[in-house]
Design a protein around this ligand. Structure first.
Ligand code: LRY
Length: 239
């Protein structure tokens, strides 16, 4: 099947669940992806051969595939090796997402992985963590640059908020589309990222990890109750 680029600008929904998550499994992730498409998502980001294949058969928007895999002695876990790229291509992804951070001689490996993806007629989304890596990813031939790994390399800013400074730093500096990704929890953050130069926004947790969406409400409510207790007069009850 011919692969497709992202066309319309907008929201990409990341539908991923790890084995320990309650929604783990391709059937659940397909439902998430179909729901996201119904809601207007213009692309789906998906992890693992089974999920990518099943989602690709169930939605009409382009699918970005990755394989998360821990290799002993390495910090690279998003599509680390050529065999992962081959599996993603076989599953039918339109776009292959891979780590293009400046670690472990990744640029040399990344160049080869990009060549393989292009040879298969698909495109590459480079997951980076700082601006220099975004510029390098473009030079290496990536078709999209995404801020996915900001906060997940030791040298990038560690924050609970999206790295909008990185979006600003790369906005208008690349000839390939910039994607804002990572810890985007509100529609306002998404719009700010677009206004800062991103063409697409990837949202995962805030839409597709209901246990964490719930926890966010619960934590805020617990904070409210704590505050209430502090502001109440202490002492015994009146008779
Ligand atoms: C750092 C890393 O491994 N990110 C992964 C990349 O595929 C996913 O776990 C994230 O959910 C995705 O990037 C979307 O981000 P958020 O869930 O924060 O909206």
């Amino acid at each position: 099947m011919a692969t497709r680029p992202l066309t319309k600008k907008g929201l990409i929904v990341s539908c991923q669940a790890a084995p320990e998550d309650p929604l783990y499994g391709a059937e659940m992730m397909v439902r998430m992806a179909v729901a996201a498409e119904q809601g207007g998502a213009i692309g789906i980001r998906s992890n693992g051969y089974n999920d990518i294949k099943a989602i690709k058969q169930s939605v009409n928007v382009p699918v970005i595939g990755l394989i998360k895999r821990k290799i002993s002695g390495s910090d690279i876990y998003i599509t680390p090796e050529l065999e992962d790229v081959e599996a993603i291509l076989e599953a039918g992804a339109d776009i292959v997402a891979l780590d293009l951070t400046d670690r472990e001689d990744r640029y040399a490996k990344g160049k080869k992985l990009i060549e393989r993806v292009h040879q298969a007629g698909a495109r590459v989304m480079a997951d980076i963590s700082v601006a220099e890596e975004g510029l390098a990813a473009e030079r290496l031939g990536a078709d999209y640059v995404s801020t996915t790994l900001s906060g997940y390399t030791p040298y990038s800013p560690q924050s609970e908020r999206p790295d909008l400074k990185l979006v600003e730093a790369l906005g208008g500096k690349l000839s390939v589309p910039l994607i804002a990704e990572g810890r985007i929890w509100s529609a306002d953050d998404a719009v700010t990222a677009l206004a800062s130069g991103a063409e697409y926004v990837v949202v995962g947790t805030a839409i597709t990890r209901p246990q964490l969406v719930t926890k966010r409400f619960v934590d805020r409510i617990a904070g409210y109750f704590d505050q209430l207790q502090l502001s109440e007069p202490q002492g015994g009850t009146r008779s």
